[in-house]
Ligand binder design. Structure first.
Ligand SMILES: NC(=O)c1ccc[n+]([C@@H]2O[C@H](COP(=O)([O-])OP(=O)(O)OC[C@H]3O[C@@H](n4cnc5c(N)ncnc54)[C@H](OP(=O)(O)O)[C@@H]3O)[C@@H](O)[C@H]2O)c1
Length: 340
């Protein structure tokens, strides 16, 4: 089983080579770190090697990490990065609500699966998103949200949730393509991911937290969503990769809460910030968190980190990086690394 401290390299084995696309992002960096600790040789794809120097600081990177410059749509460079790999973790995706992400993510994912099949890789693990599961207004309140649930693509488009739309169609395209090419596919579906960032720039999920802390966001939507820790997301990828019977979708979520509860937790962690006092709460009747199941990953041995602990580690890292004292009127988009 995947070990949190990384000491167990026996099942990973020192000679196994895998590739991680989007190696330098929030989830990608944690996945590369855990794979290196387990003894894997890792090929990582990045678009800009200069802005991903942090990967070279990871334990084992000097001996077992090779970076390749590649866009997910670039067949030749991707194939080059995959050569000699028995498995591919396709983590890279533009995390932006822009219509253009839909075709980009689908083209990229088809390319990744075909390149993996071309070089003879055995298995692809795709990183999807809760956005591919929970955006469905027709779901009954009694539904237990799990791997059987799919977001409604038309609803995503109508409500301009292009990121969720892209992740839903991306998954569907991956399933079709993997079947056509005879390659194994397992899909990890993380909720909003929290925890300590290792990469230099923020991603959209962490920005969602930071905006409340610095006071840039003061409105409280009557909304619920799921959260999970980044180390658990990395472990989930490794578990579905290493378990020969793992296949299909795996919902990776620790809990589902109302936004007001998230604000309460942040307020408790950082009382000096007066987060709650700044929030405009006009909600008359809070919608209830939906029921969910993360049993498939628990059955593979994953023990989920409680959200409170994960938020504590998120905030500690923000503090170290000086993000907690950022002025609320700055251009926060500039801090996000995402681009098409
Ligand atoms: N964090 C969350 O809350 C969360 C939740 C659910 C699912 N996910 C999924 O997790 C994955 C990683 O997201 P993240 O949160 O770690 O975000 P991130 O830090 O923004 O990482 C995204 C990565 O994708 C790469 N990328 C984007 N477009 C690309 C392209 N056209 N070609 C090659 N690489 C490209 C980025 O490379 P550059 O460095 O060159 O920009 C970056 O390394 C995504 O698939 C996302 O949908 C994230």
């Amino acid at each position: 089983m995947a070990s949190r401290n990384g000491n167990n390299v026996s099942s990973g084995g020192p000679s196994r080579v895998v590739c991680v696309t989007g190696a330098g992002g929030f989830i990608g960096t944690w996945l590369v770190k855990e794979l290196l600790l387990r003894g894997y040789h890792v090929n990582g794809t990045v678009r800009n090697p200069e802005s991903n120097a942090h990967l070279k600081e990871l334990e084992g990177a000097a001996e077992r990490l090779t970076l390749y410059k590649a866009d997910i749509r670039d067949h030749e460079n991707i194939r080059n990065a995959f050569r000699g790999c028995e498995g591919v973790f396709h983590v890279a995706a533009p995390v932006i609500d822009d219509k253009a992400v839909v075709s980009l993510a689908i083209e990229g994912t088809r390319n990744i699966i075909n390149a993996a099949a071309d070089v003879g890789a055995r298995r692809v693990v795709l990183t999807s998103s809760i956005g591919a599961i929970h955006m469905n207004p027709k779901r009954s309140p009694d539904t237990v949200v799990d791997e059987n649930c799919w977001s409604d693509v038309d609803y995503c488009e109508k409500t301009k949730n292009y990121y969720s739309m892209s992740k839903t169609i991306e998954e569907m395209a991956a399933i079709v393509e993997a079947k056509a090419r005879g390659i194994e596919l397992a899909i990890v579906i993380p909720a909003i991911t929290t925890g300590p960032m290792l990469q230099p720039r923020l991603n959209s999920g962490l920005m969602h937290i930071l905006r409340y802390i610095v006071g840039e966001k003061t409105n409280l939507p009557n909304a619920v969503t799921g959260y999970v820790d980044v180390k658990d997301v990395a472990q989930a990828h490794i578990l579905v990769y290493e378990n020969p019977n793992a296949s299909g979708r795996y919902f990776c979520v620790e809990r589902v809460i109302h936004r007001a509860e998230l604000v309460d937790m942040l307020d408790e962690l950082l009382p000096e910030k007066n987060i709650k006092a700044r929030i405009k709460n006009n909600i008359k009747e809070k919608i209830k968190p939906y029921k969910f199941s993360n049993q498939r990953l628990k059955d593979l041995g994953l023990e989920f980190t409680p959200l409170k602990k994960s938020l504590y580690e998120t905030v500690k890292k923000f503090e170290e990086r000086g993000f907690l004292s950022l002025p609320k009127d700055m251009d926060f988009q500039k801090l996000i690394r995402a681009s098409l």
